[in-house]
Structure formats: structure tokens, C-alpha cells
Design a protein around this ligand. Structure first.
Ligand SMILES: Nc1nc2c(ncn2[C@@H]2O[C@H](COP(=O)(O)OP(=O)(O)OP(=O)(O)O)[C@@H](O)[C@H]2O)c(=O)[nH]1
Length: 571
């Protein structure tokens, strides 16, 4: 597998391995943020449920005030407004719970459906009692109890939502349960007032049942008061809650319950009541606000704390995501850097080595100042390439010299035509080929006449000039495919291929005439007449080799010399 591919696979695998724990961490942070968000939502919805409980409790005040009261006055309008407020609070709660996102929400929604049904029936019954001119105490109490029965159902929703919020924020269980207890306290405080209404309406002492009910309610209220105080006795309780608690103590537990105690005392002493139901309600109900304020203060503390934690969870999520992304980018950048630092130069080095091995020595070498192993490799490749280039130059020079030597060894240094060795090699092969092919070939051997005299009379240089002069005539007259050479001294030889005896003799005659008719210019400037004698031998049965042709031609040449020179004699 190629190095680049291995590097890509390793990068991919390491990237995935880094992604997995990051995804796990981010998923955890997302879960924490999501739970915090839901917990905060639950606190807000729990608040709506508590408000609904409060509104339903409050609705009993104007209803009770209307029982036995003369028709007219603003009582009806107050009841209408109170009922509208209850309906709106329940609707707000239903809207906030839809669509339900958890089992707690579904449980709360189911409870509210039942509560609405019960509330509708209780209102119907209450309207009947209000319309009745003289309802009995039992009828009034039954009607009031039906209103009471609505509240525990809504409290179920409050409990479900508070539990959900507490499960996310265990540290907020104190303010959350404190708010829930305050909601219950508000309910029982309301019930206490409602329980007194029949006796006030009928201007009679409390019945034994009513007195027991009041006793139980007072006990329940004290119990709730104690539990709330316990919840708020922890050091983390904020001053605003302590203030709300003290406000509730003075307004409800001192002023509000003082009204109740007045009525209970008058009832026990069988004395007439100092307040009508409406006056009692008007004095008693406002004191319940202090309980609601305490509830809201605890809820607002819990909501603030939850919002802080939700924001912290969001910041953690953001930080984890940002760190994760930065880590991945850093990892990719590191891989890219390593690729650039190691893999890329190694690949380039491998390509350069392949090029050098294939003889491509002109590829550009990256200039490197690197001091590491990669730098060493690149420098070694540069040296290797330089050595290869030098070796190539040397090889070329060597070949050139070989070619030159070969050429020199085949050419006569004086005349520039083939020497005896070159002529012999080529002529041997040509005669063998012509012999095989059944073609004709003529060998012309000739010798300059009285050459010794030229040397003797005009000097050796003039002799050389005559030799060069004759060679030039040979080159001028012979065809390209004729083989001509200096056979030795002042002796020349020509092998005329593809010819016959007569054409060979003709060529010899043309050579003879050419030499005889062209005087040679000696270095001294003197013109010297030169002649030569020719022996011609033609390829035949008896002369199938160069050697035999040469012997035959030499004999003919000798004959030509004897016959007076400057002539052609055929063997
Ligand atoms: N200048 C010069 N002279 C050469 C060369 N080679 C051979 N000779 C001379 O050629 C002469 C040959 O002379 P001979 O063999 O006596 O023949 P000749 O004088 O030509 O007489 P014939 O051939 O009988 O006409 C000798 O004096 C050689 O020294 C050469 O390369 N240059």
C-alpha cells in the first residue's frame, strides 16, 4: 500500500477515535443542559399550578360571601371575576403542559382534566345554593366541600411538577417543597374561613362538626406552618424569604387568625357575631396574601437558582463543544503539518529517486535548509543526482571518444579516406555478400608512378601533398557506394560494387585520366604532373575472396608498371 494512502487511513482512524470521546462528553453536557432546561420549565409550570390552586381557593371567598346575602350588590361580579381568574389560571397551566414532554406532565394534565370537571360541578352546586333563599347549614357545607374537593386534585399536579423539578435540582428541594407547602397552607387557611361561613350566615354558634373541622384545620395549618419554618431554618435561606416568612407570621398568623379566634370565641360564648360573612371575608382573605407572597418568594428563589444552573449547563455545553471543535481542528492541523513535514517530502524523495533510477535527471530538487533526517535524505538525493549527472557526462564523453577512436582507426590520417584495415574489413564483407548474391564486383589497385622521385626531388611534404591530391581525385570520381582506401604508401584501392569487369575498368580508366589530367600543386607552388598505374580484377569463380582479388589486381598492376605506367591492365 502506498505511503500516502496509509497516512490518509491513519489520519481518518485517529480522527474517528478522537471524535468518539468528544461526542460522549458533548452528549453528556447536552443531557445535563436539557435536564436543566426541563427542570427550569417544570418550576415555572409548578408555579402556574400553584397559582391555579390559589385562584380556585380564592374563588371560594366571593362564593361564600354570596351565600345567604341579599340579591344585588357587587358580590356577583366579584364571583364572576374570581371564576374567570381560576379558568384562566387552569388554561395557562394546560397550555404550558401541552404538548406533554414527560410522564410528570401527563400525570399533571390528567389531574387538571379531573379538576376542571369537579370545578364545573362544584360551581353549579354553589350557584344553586347562592340562588336558594334559605339553604340549610348542611347544604351550604356540602356545597363548600365540593369546592374544597377540587383543590387536592390540582395539588396532585403541583406535586408531580415539583417532584420533577426536585429530581433535576435536588438542592432546590427546600424552596420547592416550601412553596408547595405554602400553597397547601393557603388552601387550608381558605378552608378555615369557608368553614365559618355557614355559622356566620345563619348567625348561630358552630355545630359540633364545624367546630371539629375548624380544630382539624387549625391543627393542619399549624403543622404546615411548622414544616415551612423548618424548611426555611437552613442557613442558605435568603433574607427575602425570611422577610416573607415574618410577614406571613404577622399578617396571617397574628391578624388573620385573630379574626377566626374572635368568631370562635363568640361561638363558644353563644354571643352574636361582630362581623357579617362579607365583612369577615373582606378582613380575613387579604391576610392570606402573605402566604402567597411567601410561596412566590420561594418559587422565585428556586427559579432564579435553576436559571443560573441552566445557564451554567449551557455554558458547559458551549465550552465542551468549542473545546471539542478546537481539539479536532488542532488534530487535523497537526496531521496536515506532519504530512507536510514528513510524508510530503518523503513522497517527493521517493519520486526523485524513481526519476533518477529511470534516468530522468532534470527534475527540480526542492531546496532544503532542514537539519533533520529528511533534510539529510534530500541532500543525499541531490548528491546522488549530481553523481548520476557527472556519470552520464563521463559516459557520453567516453562514448564520444570511443566513436572518435573508432573513426580515427578506420581513416588514413593523411588523406582522410579509409585506411587499409577499414577497407579490408568492409571489402571482405561486401565481397562475401556479392558472392552470395551472385553479383559482380571489381577491385582496382593502383600505384602512383615514380613517387620516390617526388619525395627525393621535391621533399617529403610534396610527396604527402601528391597523396592528398590523388585521394581527393578518388573521392571526386568514385560513387558513394564504391569503397576506396589507401592500401599502403603510394598505393590505393577501390572496390566497385554492382559492376562488371568493363564498368570496373571504365572506373579505373576514369581514375587514371583524372590523375593524369590534374597536376598537383606542391607546397612550393610548383605544378607537378602525376600519373598512376592500375590493375583491375573482377569477382569470378577463381577469385571469390578479397585476398584472391588483391593478388590478381596486384599482378595486373605489376603488368601495367612493366608496360610503361600510366595505364590500366585487367587481370
Ligand atoms: N612522402 C611520402 N612518401 C612515401 C609515403 N609512403 C611511402 N612513400 C615513399 O614512396 C616511395 C615508393 O617508392 P618505390 O616503391 O620505389 O616506387 P616508385 O618510386 O613509385 O616507382 P614505381 O612504383 O616503380 O613507379 C618510397 O620512397 C617511400 O619512401 C608517404 O606517406 N609519404
Amino acid at each position: 500500500m502506498r505511503l500516502s494512502k496509509i497516512f490518509t487511513i491513519v489520519t481518518f482512524v485517529l480522527f474517528i477515535l478522537a471524535c468518539l470521546p468528544l461526542a460522549w462528553i458533548i452528549n453528556g453536557e447536552w443531557g445535563a443542559y436539557h435536564a436543566a432546561d426541563q427542570g427550569l420549565g417544570s418550576i415555572q409550570i409548578a408555579h402556574l399550578a400553584m397559582v391555579a390552586v390559589e385562584k380556585i381557593s380564592t374563588e371560594r371567598g366571593p362564593a361564600n360571601a354570596l351565600i345567604g346575602a341579599p340579591a344585588g350588590g357587587g358580590g356577583r361580579e366579584k364571583l364572576r371575576v374570581a371564576r374567570l381568574a381560576s379558568d384562566r389560571a387552569l388554561q395557562d397551566l394546560v397550555t404550558a403542559l401541552s404538548p406533554s414532554r414527560s410522564a410528570y406532565h401527563r400525570q399533571a394534565l390528567a389531574a387538571i382534566r379531573i379538576a376542571r370537571q369537579r370545578l364545573s360541578e362544584a360551581r353549579h352546586d354553589m350557584d344553586r345554593i347562592i340562588a336558594s333563599p334559605a339553604p340549610t347549614a348542611t347544604e351550604i357545607m356540602a356545597s363548600i366541600r365540593r369546592m374544597f374537593d377540587v383543590v387536592p386534585v390540582v395539588l396532585e399536579a403541583v406535586n408531580a411538577l415539583s417532584f420533577q423539578a426536585s429530581s433535576v435540582y435536588p438542592q432546590l428541594s427546600n424552596p420547592l417543597s416550601g412553596a408547595r407547602l405554602a400553597t397547601e397552607l393557603r388552601e387550608y387557611a381558605g378552608r378555615l374561613g369557608s368553614t365559618l361561613v355557614p355559622a356566620l350566615t345563619e348567625k348561630r354558634p358552630l355545630t359540633e362538626t364545624e367546630a371539629r373541622e375548624v380544630f382539624i384545620l387549625r391543627g393542619r395549618i399549624e403543622q404546615l406552618r411548622g414544616t415551612i419554618r423548618l424548611r426555611l431554618s437552613v442557613p442558605t435561606t435568603q433574607s427575602v424569604q425570611r422577610q416573607a416568612l415574618s410577614n406571613m407570621e404577622s399578617r396571617y398568623f397574628r391578624n388573620g387568625l385573630a379574626r377566626v379566634d374572635d368568631i370562635l370565641l363568640a361561638s363558644r360564648l353563644r354571643q352574636p357575631y361582630a362581623a357579617t360573612p362579607a365583612a369577615f371575608t373582606a378582613a380575613y382573605i387579604p391576610t392570606l396574601h402573605s402566604i402567597v407572597e411567601l410561596r412566590d418568594s420561594m418559587l422565585s428563589t428556586a427559579a432564579d437558582e435553576a436559571a443560573i444552573q441552566q445557564r451554567a449547563a449551557f455554558r458547559h455545553l458551549l465550552a465542551a463543544t468549542a473545546l471539542g471543535v478546537i481539539a479536532l481542528i488542532a488534530q487535523l492541523a497537526l496531521f496536515a503539518y506532519i504530512r507536510w513535514l514528513i510524508a510530503k517530502p518523503l513522497l517527493a524523495a521517493s519520486k526523485l529517486l524513481s526519476d533518477i533510477a529511470d534516468g530522468r535527471l532534470d527534475a527540480e530538487l526542492p531546496a532544503t535548509l532542514r537539519k533533520d533526517e529528511i533534510g539529510d535524505v534530500l541532500r543525499a538525493i541531490a548528491i546522488l543526482r549530481r553523481n548520476s549527472q557527472e556519470k552520464r557526462v563521463l559516459e557520453q564523453e567516453r562514448q564520444r571518444l570511443i566513436d572518435e577512436l573508432t573513426e580515427v582507426s578506420r581513416i588514413d590520417f593523411l588523406t582522410g579516406i579509409a585506411n587499409r584495415r577499414a577497407f579490408t574489413q568492409t571489402a571482405d564483407a561486401e565481397i562475401a555478400r556479392a558472392s552470395r548474391a551472385g553479383e559482380s564486383a571489381t577491385l582496382i589497385l593502383f600505384d602512383i608512378d615514380h613517387f620516390k622521385q617526388v619525395n627525393d626531388q621535391h621533399g617529403h611534404d610534396s610527396g604527402d601533398a601528391v597523396l592528398v591530391h590523388v585521394a581527393a581525385i578518388i573521392e571526386r570520381i568514385c560513387r558513394e557506394d564504391d569503397l576506396a582506401g589507401r592500401y599502403g604508401g603510394e598505393e590505393f584501392v577501390v572496390l566497385a560494387s554492382h559492376g562488371n569487369a568493363s564498368s570496373g575498368e571504365t572506373l579505373a580508366e576514369r581514375l587514371r585520366a583524372g590523375i593524369a589530367e590534374s597536376p598537383c600543386s606542391l607546397p612550393s607552388g610548383q605544378q607537378l604532373a602525376v600519373t598512376a598505374s592500375f590493375g583491375v580484377a573482377t569477382l569470378g569463380e577463381a577469385s571469390a575472396t578479397l585476398e584472391s582479388l588483391l593478388q590478381a589486381a596486384d599482378r595486373a598492376l605489376y603488368a601495367a608498371k612493366r608496360q610503361g605506367r600510366n595505364r590500366v591492365v585487367a587481370a
